[in-house]
Write a protein that binds this ligand. Structure first.
Ligand SMILES: [Zn+2]
Ligand SMILES: [Zn+2]
Length: 239
C-alpha cells in the first residue's frame, strides 16, 4: 500500500463516502439489526450518541436512494420487539420483485406460505402444513429442497421458525410486504389496535375482532388490575 493511500485511509471519511458505505451495506444485505446499523454508523464516523444525528444521517441516505425508488425503513420484530432497518422498494410492492434472489417456483411457494400464514388466527403455520404446500406448485419441488428454501428465507429474515417448527412472518416481510399484504388480503389482515401497524403475531380479543401485539398489550395493561378489551363497545375480559 502506498503512503498516499495509507494517509487517505486513516483520515476521516468524507460525508459522501459515509453515505456510500452505508448504502452499499444495505444494498448487499437488505436488512440490518439496530445493533449492526449502530456499528456501521460508528465505522462511518457518524455520532451515534444523539438520536437526531442518526436519524438525520438516515434521512440524507434516503434522499440519495429516492431516485432509485429505494428507502431504508425501520421495522419492529413482532414477537420480541427488536428493531431492524430494511431496504425497501417504494414503488414495487409485489413479491415478484424478489425474483433477483429467488426462483419463480420458490416465490410461488413463498406466496402460498404467506397466504396460509395470514389466514391463521395466530399468524403461525405448522412445518408439515408448510411443506405440504409444495404439492400445490406448478413445478415440482422436493420436500428437502423446500426445507432448504425455508432455511434461506429464515436467514434472509423473511420468515421466523420457532423451536416446534412453526413458521411466522419475520420483520422483513412485515416491513417490505406491508402494502402487498394489505392489498392482497384486505379481509383477513389485522391492524394492531394500539400502534396501528400490521399485526400477525399478537393477542386476540375473544369477543370482537381486536388484535394487539404482545408488546403493545404489555404496555397497555401495565398498570391495570383487570385486563379488558380496549374497545369501548366491547370491554370483554382479555385473555
Ligand atoms: Zn402494536
Ligand atoms: Zn373486544
Amino acid at each position: 500500500m502506498s503512503a498516499g493511500s495509507k494517509a487517505k485511509m486513516s483520515s476521516a471519511i468524507e460525508p459522501i463516502d459515509k453515505r456510500k458505505i452505508f448504502m452499499q451495506c444495505f444494498l448487499s444485505k437488505g436488512i440490518l439489526s439496530a445493533t449492526e446499523v449502530k456499528e456501521l454508523l460508528i465505522f462511518c464516523g457518524v455520532p451515534v450518541e444523539s438520536k437526531s444525528d442518526m436519524a438525520n444521517f438516515v434521512l440524507s441516505v434516503n434522499a440519495s436512494l429516492a431516485p432509485f425508488h429505494l428507502e431504508i425503513k425501520k421495522g419492529i420484530q413482532e414477537d420480541d420487539g427488536a428493531s431492524f432497518y430494511c431496504l425497501v422498494n417504494t414503488v414495487e410492492s409485489s413479491i415478484s420483485r424478489m425474483s433477483s434472489t429467488y426462483s419463480s417456483t420458490e416465490l410461488e411457494l413463498f406466496k402460498k406460505l404467506v397466504e396460509q400464514i395470514v389466514e391463521t388466527d395466530d399468524g403461525k403455520l405448522g412445518s408439515l402444513a408448510a411443506l405440504s404446500l409444495t404439492e400445490k406448485l406448478d413445478k415440482r419441488m422436493g420436500k428437502e429442497e423446500a426445507e432448504n428454501f425455508f432455511d434461506r428465507l429464515e436467514r434472509d429474515k423473511w420468515i421466523k421458525k420457532e423451536l416446534d417448527g412453526k413458521i411466522s412472518l419475520s420483520v422483513r416481510s412485515i416491513v417490505e410486504l406491508d402494502q402487498y399484504l394489505k392489498d392482497m388480503y384486505p379481509d383477513v389482515i389485522r391492524i394492531c389496535y394500539i400502534c396501528s401497524k400490521l399485526c400477525l403475531l399478537g393477542e386476540n380479543c375473544d369477543s370482537c375482532t381486536i388484535k394487539i401485539h404482545k408488546k403493545c398489550a404489555r404496555t397497555l395493561f401495565e398498570h391495570c388490575t383487570e385486563k379488558r378489551c380496549p374497545d369501548k363497545n366491547c370491554r370483554s375480559v382479555w385473555g
